[in-house]
Design a protein around this ligand. Structure first.
Ligand code: 5BU
Length: 384
């Protein structure tokens, strides 16, 4: 049985964003792709926070997703996280940490949420091998839900003092323990300051009440129907991003939501890899069981049996020039194919490009060249 479907080729990204069974994050992503006319993900494989943030800033307008390998950034810290989140909101792209989880549930929950990387706190998307079995999906899902609950908590502290001198309150040491609610990278600075100030003013004769409440939904809000309607025929406007009023459409869509999603590693780009055949089929089956969390696949051809999964393909380069590329492979196992091959012919949705852009003399111009090539391949597929 072939895993490919033929009718997927006829549906636009915007049409798929409206499918009833699609996850809210996949719907947001497909709408974002339609507005920006970009099915390009940048693989930001750099080694410093400064270079990562500069890339995000300069290439952000041309991409739908920025992919990271947080563990290769020498100075990864809170600053990296806050900086990435800030650019992702302003430039409208999702952040995808290419972590390739593959351990047992108990361990990977800690790997996803703890340590210096704390991936679940900032990455909209991450990915996992199915090698340990489907429990890898449920374990990541429950860790994601717990993290989102923590991130969405608002802490309000009310202090009632029994007529004490405010100066005394101002300088007194806290006599009750601080609340146990972790302050996370997604808490804004003002909120953090408020909580700390309140704790400083607690004195032995003051009573503090801490209220914790949920502020946001963990799921992404559905894209506005009117917006989707205006995007549903991408062939009606030209192939350049300048032809659509991107800023107002993006403003209508809103910034990336505080939602989390998973990509299953169903196929790989490297020569001789073992993610094939029955293994790939098992990934597709498992994804169907967790449609609310699995956004799609890392794959080399469309595995979109229900049209609601987004297919991401790494190992992509442009054919016609040498700049930023070393032929069809890198001599270390990587195999590059063109956007026309992977999107036009093999029906995938998003191309992931690293060195093709990073090694170019003009990275911005090269990103735009990749964006156009991948978008044209998609339009060509729709026309067929
Ligand atoms: P490149 O420079 O465009 O070859 O980078 C490709 C990126 O995608 C790099 O970060 C890899 O780790 C990642 N990748 C891949 O190349 N092939 C795969 O099958 C998977 C990930 Br999964």
């Amino acid at each position: 049985m072939s895993l490919k479907t033929s009718n997927i080729q006829a549906l636009s990204y915007a049409d798929r964003a409206e499918l009833p069974s699609i996850s809210s994050l996949a719907s947001y992503l497909l709408t974002l792709i339609s507005i920006k006319r970009s099915n390009l993900a940048l693989s930001a494989d750099v080694h410093t926070t400064a270079e990562l943030l500069e890339l995000a800033e300069t290439i952000g307008d041309y991409i739908c997703v920025l992919k990271t390998h947080a563990d290769i950034i020498d100075d990864f810290s809170e600053r990296t996280i806050r900086g990435l989140q800030d650019v992702s909101k302003r430039k409208h792209f999702l952040i995808f940490e290419d972590r390739k989880f593959g351990d047992i549930g108990n361990t990977l929950q800690s790997q996803y949420t703890r340590g210096p990387l704390r991936i679940a706190h900032w990455a909209h998307l991450t990915n996992a091998h199915l090698l340990p079995g489907p429990s890898i999906i449920s374990a990541l899902y429950s860790a994601a839900q717990e993290t989102l609950t923590t991130l969405n908590q608002t802490v309000a502290t009310t202090i009632t003092s029994g007529g004490s001198d405010p100066n005394l309150l101002e300088h007194a040491q806290p006599s009750i323990p601080s609340t146990n609610v972790p302050l996370t990278p997604d808490d804004d600075n003002e909120e953090e300051g408020l909580v700390l100030r309140h704790h400083r003013t607690n004195s032995f004769n003051a009573t503090a009440t801490t209220t914790i409440s949920q502020t946001y939904e963990s799921a992404a809000p559905p894209p506005p129907p009117r917006l989707l309607k205006s995007l549903s025929n991408p062939l009606s406007s030209g192939d350049t991003a300048e032809d659509v009023d991107i800023p107002s459409a993006l403003a209508e869509l809103g910034p990336p939501p505080q939602a989390r999603g998973l990509l299953l590693l169903a196929q790989m780009s490297s020569e001789g890899n073992l993610a094939t055949g029955e293994y790939t089929k098992a990934c597709v089956e498992a994804a169907r069981e967790y449609k609310n969390f699995v956004v799609g696949f890392i794959c080399q051809e469309s595995l979109n049996t229900g049209k609601e999964f987004v297919n991401f393909t790494p190992g992509v380069g442009l054919e016609d020039e040498g700049e930023g590329k070393e032929g069809k492979g890198d001599g270390k196992g990587q195999v590059w194919r063109t956007p026309e091959e992977v999107v036009g012919r093999d029906g995938v949705d998003v191309v992931i490009v690293g060195r093709g852009i990073l090694k170019a003399k003009d990275r911005v111009a090269e990103a735009e060249r990749f964006r156009r090539a991948a978008w044209r391949a998609y339009e060509g597929r729709l026309k067929r």
